[in-house]
Design a protein around this ligand. Sequence first.
Ligand code: C2E
Ligand code: MG
Ligand code: MG
Length: 633
Amino acid sequence: MAQGSGRRFSNLRPDKVLALQKGRLRQIIWLVIAALLVFCVTNFTRGTTINLAFDLGLIVMLLLAHRWNQQGRLELAAAWMIVTLLVGLCGLMAVDQGLYDEVPLAFPALLVFAGMFGSRKLLVMLMVVMLAVLAALYALHEAGILLSVPRPLNWRRPLAMILIIVFSGFFVWLLAGDLLRNMVRLEAEKLALQASRERIALMARHDSLTGLPNRSLAMEQLQYLLGKPRRGQDMIAVMFLDLDNFKTINDSLSHSAGDELLCKVGEALSLAVRGSDMAARMSGDEFLIVLGDLENEDAAADTATRILQALSQPFVLDGVEVPITASLGIALAPRDGNEPAVLLKHADLAMYQAKDAGRNAFRFFDASVNQGILEHLQIASGLHAALAHDELEVHYQPKFDLGSGRVVGAEALLRWPRPDAAPVSVHRIIEVAERSGLIHEVGAWVLRQACDAAREWRRAGLGELAVSVNVSPLQFRRGDLEATIREALAASALEPGNLELEMTESTFADTPDLIGVLRRLGELGVRITIDDFGTGYSNLAYLQRFAVHSLKIDQSFVRNLGSSAQDEGLVRAIIEMSHCLGMQATAEGIEDAQSLARLRDFGCEFGQGFLWAPALPIDQFIAFVRERHAAAG
Ligand code: C2E
Ligand code: MG
Ligand code: MG
């Protein structure tokens, strides 16, 4: 039995079970009506009008039950149906064989029916009514009113019938309870299974953090929009959005604040687009917006402006107002492509154009700019892989004391052997590394290699050779350069005096606390050189304020030493100025003996160039220096 004997089974039934029962009841009603119609026909042909009227009355009562069933009043319909059947059966018994009639054989079926469709109360009431009918028939029989039954009536017969009805009722009670409970349980399990399937399907197509559609759903939507017939010149826009400063926020605040920011950005994006558009999260701080039915490019530009404005309101995280900006790239279909993957790639490239334009901006895809960006992306991803797979190399260009002609050190220069790809200049590699943020990793790696190499030279018996490492302005700006240098020196056990850092003049601009950094590095014993001197932002006041040890004259002046009086004057002036400021001078790009002679005349201390050797792999460099030492005796 379900919980509590007075409870109706229907209280437990989910909709599905009720619907099933409603259908069954309808079938049974029509079946019984069909049977009654057959009786009607036989009664009509036999001319028994009373029986015919009785059958028709039953049919009308059943139609009423049918109507209630249709209205969803299942229990009333079931009860009414039972009453109808009972009246019919009792009527048949009364006019026919009484207690000897075969009609009571149908009573258990009625009990089953009441058990399945009605309530337990109905079942009990039905049993009581059935017993009362039997008692009444017995009484009528004993009173001699029912004559159709053989006499005398054995009392065992009504008793057996009573027992059959009571036992049947009891079994039905138990069975119906079990059956309904199982149906309800099965249905509940089915619903739970369905719900969990739906949840899994939802999770597979939505981002678990922001709740926004994920990449696959966005691509599906895009595919759908592309496949849909479009009105006239209507366009579809794909917008690729990347937050400009998310990494900094994520690093400086807690990661949960970073997550919260992504959720808030997701909400802001959803609000900034129309209900029919889709804002999705691709990964990390990248979002995709898919817009359909745009009349022209301006409509896409309007939405992009709205999105950037929405994101320009500061977000409050951990009680702190955090300003963010985003870069947005837009690709339009059919103009920029008709395939989801192509549009996505073009929107991504346009996003890089927006970043190049100074961030916090949007850009439409422009095929002419595409090639450069594509190359940039290829180099960046290749460089990333090369770093991870240890495919980068450092070569060393010997540096000479121009007075004695001895090798005093070497400049460490990055090399990236790419046997299967077109060669890329080191300038370009460094530029890509700087723009993609890889420069910090690359720079730290070169620094470690160079320090290890300088140690190795000592072990190889080359004496005290200094190693010069080029350092990007971005490495100075990030603020962790000192720690990186200390680590590299400690790991290689190199004396700081044997390490020289080459910085360019552009480092002077926009580097916080550069004076302090250079002073501390100087105190540590590391030497500082200004590389490519003469080509950058030459505010000479800097040379006095910053702790710099030497100037490296750019090769563009050195190259023309024999032919250009102007360059000669400039080189001479730089050398003299460096001496006046207590610094030394180095010339790079010395390719011929004439230039070397001029530099010696001007008192330049050091030099390097193809006149002696290009940058060499470490083994060749060691062999080169040994040879020089041997030749010099
Ligand atoms: P740089 O620091 O001025 O290095 C000197 C460049 O001139 C090197 O080019 C070198 O191979 C080249 N060179 C040396 N002697 C001669 C010569 O006699 N004639 C000519 N024509 N060229 C000569 P490379 O190796 O292609 O490097 C280019 C630039 O890339 C470097 O200029 C430097 O600014 C940058 N770079 C190289 N390695 C690194 C690095 O590890 N980190 C950073 N941040 N920048 C690097
Ligand atoms: Mg250099
Ligand atoms: Mg240089």
